[in-house]
Design a binder for this molecule. Structure first.
Ligand SMILES: NC(=O)c1ccc[n+]([C@@H]2O[C@H](COP(=O)([O-])OP(=O)(O)OC[C@H]3O[C@@H](n4cnc5c(N)ncnc54)[C@H](O)[C@@H]3O)[C@@H](O)[C@H]2O)c1
Length: 454
């Protein structure tokens, strides 16, 4: 059984903590906890009786004393590299949250530490593990749509979820790389993995159109304060975060803010924000694919659409994660269930609407599958779900190049930034035979079984 230490005991750490103390208690043992905030550290320690806690300055001492096999890194993005490198140099393997890191220099430092230490780095790209996205990978790997040449990927964050990136550390590029790195790293990793290739050139456009002071004014919140707690506009604002109304938010953030001044509920219409909420990129890949990508963070609904066009047909996945947000900012109750639809249409054949696998829980069902893979004995990883530092670099690089493209006002060659990063093992290339269909034979494709033919 492997032993684990966690650095960063905030929101995301709760998932790993819960897994190691609950469903995966028999698969791994927690031996240490570390955080810069004594209140959040105490909150985590109370959940894990007997597990010692360490201040941020004592991280190296924690590794020396508790000797974990693996360190789980769940601090804010800009701090990942430092902790990953220190853990590797201390002889530990690392499971890090996404993004791997936020800039090219930090990528290079992680790659060097990995090379020198020979230890393992796993990036928690939970989105890959979702059963529906895995089915899409299976479709692409089967060659049913032939050589893919074009992709379109649109992601919409609603005003409940999207707004949350404008309240705290994410809202400043130096902490998160902006949504290009912090959020889109999931999407760029999915594209790299689905397409089994790495990016070559990125041309980006981006702006902040919604989370701006003038929108707050236009919505009538002219009396707003710098944060939701105590804000005169609180009762009228659909963007409020009600920390006092949530035991979880109070315990993690409200009750602990006196230690470090970390305010979880800063106003989303603040002039201090310096990241985009509306972004588009044209991405050219090493294998010739061109992708059009967009992300907006102020939508009335949440979901995404991804389309791959190939020489033998096309496949389209449409997801609606949430249909609406209420005027008070809460989600519509009862919540409409998340919906997914995958349509595969070979040339000269009718469209197939695939029968989808069951997917329960957060992030399209990806979290639970990922935790099983990370903590329990790994079985055959036929779709290449487990992502290493190379996948972390190549996904972060799209966002890092997009940030550079915004500054330069021109396309950016990713190789300029990626240095000597090797190409990851993305599972077999999703390219089928080059020839166009003559006679399409559905029997060759097991995932068409049970599909509805339109
Ligand atoms: N994969 C996903 O779907 C997903 C979802 C949420 C968050 N995340 C990732 O998880 C990470 C953490 O996000 P979060 O929402 O939990 O943030 P958070 O702010 O809730 O937690 C971060 C924790 O790190 C601590 N910390 C800050 N500076 C530190 C330092 N120098 N040393 C030690 N601890 C320090 C903070 O006190 C806090 O407890 C981020 O990288 C984020 O991108 C991933």
């Amino acid at each position: 059984m492997k032993t684990y230490a966690i650095v960063g005991t905030g929101h995301r750490a709760q998932m790993y903590l819960g897994a190691l103390l609950g469903a995966h208690a028999a698969d791994g043992r927690l031996v240490g906890l570390c955080d810069s905030n004594p209140g959040r550290l105490a909150h985590a320690m109370a959940q894990a009786p007997g597990v010692p806690g360490f201040a941020a300055d004592d991280f190296d001492a924690m590794l020396a004393q508790t000797r974990p096999d693996r360190v789980i890194v769940t601090v804010p993005d800009y701090l990942h590299a430092d902790y990953i490198v220190r853990a590797l140099r201390a002889g530990c393997d690392v499971i890090t949250e996404k993004p791997l890191t936020t800039d090219a220099d930090a990528c290079a430092r992680i790659l060097a530490a990995k090379r020198e230490s020979g230890r393992q780095v796993i990036v928690g790209f939970n989105y890959r593990y979702s059963p529906v996205r895995t089915l899409l990978k299976q479709v692409l790997m089967s060659g049913i749509i032939g050589h893919v040449h074009n992709a379109t990927f649109e992601w919409q964050l609603d005003t409940h979820h999207g707004a949350d990136y404008f309240r705290r550390w994410h809202r400043n590029r130096e902490n998160s790389g902006g949504l290009w790195v912090h959020k889109a790293t999931h999407h760029f990793d999915l594209l790299n993995w689905w397409l089994a290739t790495v990016p070559k050139r990125v041309t980006a456009l981006g702006k902040r159109v919604f989370y701006r002071p003038e929108i707050g004014d236009a919505l009538g919140f002219t009396d707003r304060a710098d944060r939701c707690t105590g804000c005169p506009a609180f009762a009228r604002c659909g963007f409020r975060l009600d920390m006092a109304g949530s035991a979880a938010l109070s315990a993690l953030y409200a009750d602990t803010e006196t230690y470090d001044g970390y305010l979880r509920d800063k106003c989303v219409f603040s002039p201090d924000i310096d990241i985009e909420d509306s972004m588009s990129a044209l991405i050219e890949y090493a294998n010739g694919v061109t992708a059009n990508y967009t992300l907006t963070a102020y939508n009335p609904c949440e979901g995404y659409r991804v389309v791959f066009d190939g020489t033998r047909g096309r496949v389209e996945l449409t997801n609606i994660e949430r249909q609406a947000v209420q005027p008070d900012g809460r989600l519509v109750r009862p919540a409409a269930p998340e919906t997914n639809r995958i349509v595969v249409q070979p040339h000269f054949a009718r469209p197939y609407v695939l029968k989808l696998p069951e997917a329960g829980g957060l992030h399209g069902g990806g979290d639970a599958v990922m935790l099983r893979r990370l903590f329990a004995a790994a079985s055959n990883d036929q779709y290449g779900h487990v992502a290493d530092e190379r996948a972390g670099v190549w996904s972060a690089m799209v966002g890092i190049a997009a940030n550079a493209s915004l500054v330069r006002g021109a396309g950016v060659e990713v190789a300029e930034l990626a240095g000597d990063a090797a190409v990851p093992d993305y599972a077999p290339a999703p390219f089928g035979p080059a020839e166009i269909w003559q006679n399409f034979d559905p029997a060759r494709y097991p995932f068409l079984e049970g599909a509805e033919v339109l």
